[in-house]
Design a binder for this molecule. Structure first.
Ligand code: ADP
Ligand code: MG
Length: 275
């Protein structure tokens, strides 16, 4: 039994190390996450909100296994191995490589800048198919069929397969990123400021797309944003983060009602284009 939670983080701490003035410079350690505990239920839309620089992206990167941390992360009931600190935080090949592939089947991410996430020289069909190719899923014909189905799910005509990235609008690019993230049927999607770089109306459409996809596919979503309105619109439960700690967790209604201007979070409804 893997339990009711898709994600559990226990006592999660992380820091960045930097060296001033070349290799002989003094090492400085900057703590970013301080004993974070977080539980996300299967199929839940969970919001993480907090001011810029409080550590939201760092938390997402820990969950994805991209940087080193202290504490435990359980995904679908399975404790995740930590990346090797010896190699600048990245998971090495060999056993660690297999662990990373395993993790990728369960958790996928969508980031702020869709253009930066997509290879500009490839066609959309190739980009969407790639996760299936890497993980050796299905024969060519089946893979193409899955790509067509996914394009429709994210609101793009299957004919977009033959287009290149730069022929698409930012909203369409983000739809491709979301579709690509869903190709391996992950149980958790981490969306880190996924609508923050988009125009207000386009961002609102992408929020609605997340809702529709959640209804159809039932995956859990960790929606990270500095914008409380976007988080409130989309999420069932919300955690508020400040200076590397989770300061409050509750239902969307509870958190939104208690939101004051001091929270340091953009509370402008215009930002999300939802009213
Ligand atoms: N690669 C890095 N090296 C050093 N410091 C970093 C790095 N990435 C982020 N930081 C610092 O860590 C803190 C948290 O950053 P981040 O997790 O990106 O916050 P958020 O996503 O909430 O805006 C910030 O003070 C930021 O400057
Ligand atoms: Mg961030």
């Amino acid at each position: 039994m893997s339990g009711p939670f898709i994600l559990r983080a226990e006592g999660l701490s992380a820091s960045y190390t930097s060296r001033a003035h070349g290799i002989f410079g003094k090492k400085t350690i900057k703590p970013v996450l301080d004993s974070i505990n977080l539980e996300i239920r299967k199929g839940e839309i969970f919001g993480l909100v907090g001011p810029s620089g409080c550590g939201k992206t760092t938390l997402g990167r820990c969950i994805l296994g991209l940087i080193n941390y202290e504490g435990n992360i359980l995904i679908d009931g399975t404790a995740q191995g930590r990346p090797s600190p010896g190699r600048r935080g990245f998971i090495p090949r060999g056993a660690g490589h297999a662990a990373r592939r395993e993790r990728a089947l369960k958790v996928q991410a969508v980031f702020q800048d869709p253009a930066a996430s997509l290879n500009p020289v490839k066609r959309i069909g190739w980009i969407m198919e790639e996760p299936l190719v890497i993980h050796r899923r299905g024969a060519k014909g089946e893979r193409i069929k899955r790509v067509d189905e996914m394009l429709e799910l994210v609101g793009l005509d299957p004919s977009y397969k033959t287009r290149r990235v730069n022929e698409l609008s930012s909203g369409q690019k983000q739809r491709v990123c979301i579709g690509r993230a869903l190709m391996l049927k992950p149980k958790l999607i981490i969306a880190d400021e996924a609508v923050s770089a988009l125009d207000v109306s386009v961002g609102a459409q992408i929020l609605n797309l997340f809702r529709e996809l959640h209804e159809t596919l039932g995956m859990a979503l960790l929606f990270i944003s500095h914008n409380i309105d976007a988080v409130y619109y989309l999420c069932d439960r919300i955690a508020v983060m400040d200076q590397g700690r989770i300061v409050k967790t509750g239902t969307a209604g509870e958190i939104y009602a208690g939101y004051g201007p001091d929270a340091g979070v953009s509370a402008s409804a215009d930002d999300a284009g939802l009213r």
